[in-house]
Design a protein around this ligand. Structure first.
Ligand code: AHR
Length: 499
């Protein structure tokens, strides 16, 4: 059941709970026509659905709501519903009352990796945060994941005016196309210049770019990521370095702007405000009014990023209104939360990981050359085999809140995933290698030891399948994703290393 406060009702609500972002936009006569967040209510009086999760054990779903009117999401309800299994975010509800919910994005110009060509859904556990000390979960999107609504109502069309903001993880990005939130084609196909107007975040340089090496907040206007008036460098569009970032794009006839800020402190800066690009097709615009998250307008799904909250508005918000929204976001006090649970791992220690599936409890995570596998190991095994089954725990190469596993017998080589197989490869120092080699242990899904979750693909865990290691996704499309025996195959007892 959705609830949306009338503007008149806000006087009473505001005396109890501070105005939310959408109350502020309404006060500025630019009301939200879509409001999405898995972390909090975006209206002071909102008590309705925030998001839906689906669990792997039985396919059941539940809806997560705020703890109180205008409050933070009830993360404990998710933790309880998803205990001992996997959970995906299936729907991100629209809080505006217009029904502009975001669901699994369908195939378009590009198909997704899920069954029937749909994009993948995000894990419900990839992006834990706290807001004013209360735990909540964002939407951690790996390449191949995407959400959309191709039949949204009230969104801008043609050259119509609109605004939008999103709060994102400033450290989770890549150069793929295109981590977007905003207005796109209703067909999920590229229908030409000016058919989109969405926030983009990342380091893609195929079209425009900002100062330094990125990542940048830009605008995806279709067939171009724009940092300013042309698809080239705008040195006033800075590289983002904050953990949480507020990203803003807004447009009206022959005028548009990009703004941004640290979402945890300070105020917005304007990175561009001015005329539309002079290239044919962008003035006037031909917006279509679908809503996308994590993908390009044609369902290009190679990008990654994390979304916490965002809205789209009717009309062109004033800078003053947006500045008040930024103050509200800062007051929400986004902060990082632990990515791990279960038995603790100690950086610098040597560990061995024992299989818990009943078939194979004498087998340990090991390697043969670059293949990561399981092998039978005991105290009487050869020194060579003991070393193959021993791993030095390192701080996560991409995120020090998680871990990487360095080979005991091949120092400098780490367990990493590639095409969803686990390999032992030398650290090449690249961003991709670091991300592929970072894993976040959590309480074992079968109640034993740890399940070792991929940081960059948090729907996926260390999984042995025919004694070979993959990052498996519960019930996914690969044979090694098989739901049968999943919880056991992804649960490992971590002990002192054999070597
Ligand atoms: O504008 C950049 C991208 O180009 C769009 O997101 C996509 O539709 C097209 O491939």
């Amino acid at each position: 059941m959705l609830s949306r406060p009338s503007v008149l009702a806000l006087g009473l609500a505001a005396s109890v709970v501070a105005a939310g972002p959408c109350d502020i936009y309404a006060s500025g006569n630019t009301p939200c026509i879509a409001a999405h967040s898995t972390t909090r209510a975006l209206y002071s009086a909102y008590t309705g659905s925030l998001y839906q999760v689906k669990r792997g054990s039985d396919g059941a779903t539940t809806i997560i709501t705020p703890l109180s009117a205008g409050g933070v999401a009830n993360a404990a309800a998710q933790d309880s519903f998803c205990a001992g299994t996997t959970c995906l975010i299936t729907i991100i509800y629209d809080q505006s009352g217009r029904g502009n919910h975001l669901g699994q994005a369908p195939p378009g110009g590009f198909s997704g990796p899920d069954v029937n060509g749909y994009d993948n859904l995000a894990s419900a556990f990839g992006a834990p945060v706290t807001l004013n000390g209360q735990k909540a979960y964002g939407v951690f999107m790996s390449p191949g994941s995407g959400y959309s609504n191709n039949a949204a109502s009230g969104t801008a069309t043609g050259d119509g005016a609109e605004g939008m903001y999103a709060v994102l993880d400033g450290t989770h990005y890549n150069d793929g196309c295109c981590f977007d939130y905003g207005n796109a084609e209703v067909s999920s196909h590229d229908t030409g210049n000016g058919h989109m107007e969405a926030i983009y975040f990342g380091t893609n340089t195929v079209w425009g770019r900002g100062a330094g090496n990125g990542p940048w907040v830009m605008a995806d206007l279709e067939n171009g990521l724009f940092s300013g008036s042309s698809a080239s460098i705008n040195s006033a569009d800075p590289s983002i370095s904050s953990r949480f970032v507020t990203a803003i794009v807004k447009g009206q006839p022959n005028q548009w702007a990009i703004r941004g800020a640290n979402a945890a402190s300070g105020s917005l800066s304007t990175y561009y405000s001015g005329a539309r690009p002079s290239v044919s097709g962008y003035n006037p615009m031909s917006k279509e009014g679908a809503i996308i998250l994590g993908i390009g307008g044609d369902n290009s799904n190679g990008a990654q990023g994390t979304f916490y909250e965002g809205v789209m508005t009717a009309s062109y918000p004033s800078d003053a209104t947006e500045n008040a929204v930024q103050a509200n976001i800062v007051a929400a006090k986004y902060a990082v939360a632990s990515l791990t649970s279960g038995p603790a791992l100690t950086v610098g220690s040597s560990v061995s990981l024992r299989v818990t599936t009943s078939c194979c409890t004498t087998r340990y995570l090991a390697h043969t050359g670059s293949t990561v596998n399981t092998q039978v190991v005991s105290s009487s095994s050869t020194t060579a085999l003991k070393q193959q089954a021993s791993w030095t725990v390192r701080a996560g190469l991409a995120n020090s809140a998680c871990f990487s596993f360095e080979s005991k017998d091949t120092p400098g080589s780490f367990i990493r995933h590639a095409d969803f197989a686990l390999l032992l490869n030398a650290n090449d120092g690249s961003k991709l290698f670091h991300e592929d080699a970072t894993f976040c242990p959590q309480t074992g899904l079968n109640g034993q030891g740890n399940s070792i979750r991929s940081w960059s693909y948090p729907t996926r865990y260390f999984r042995h399948y025919s004694n070979v290691l993959y990052i498996g996704s519960n019930g996914g499309v690969h044979t090694f994703d098989a739901a049968a025996s999943f919880n056991d195959d992804v649960s490992w007892v971590v002990s002192s290393g054999f070597a």
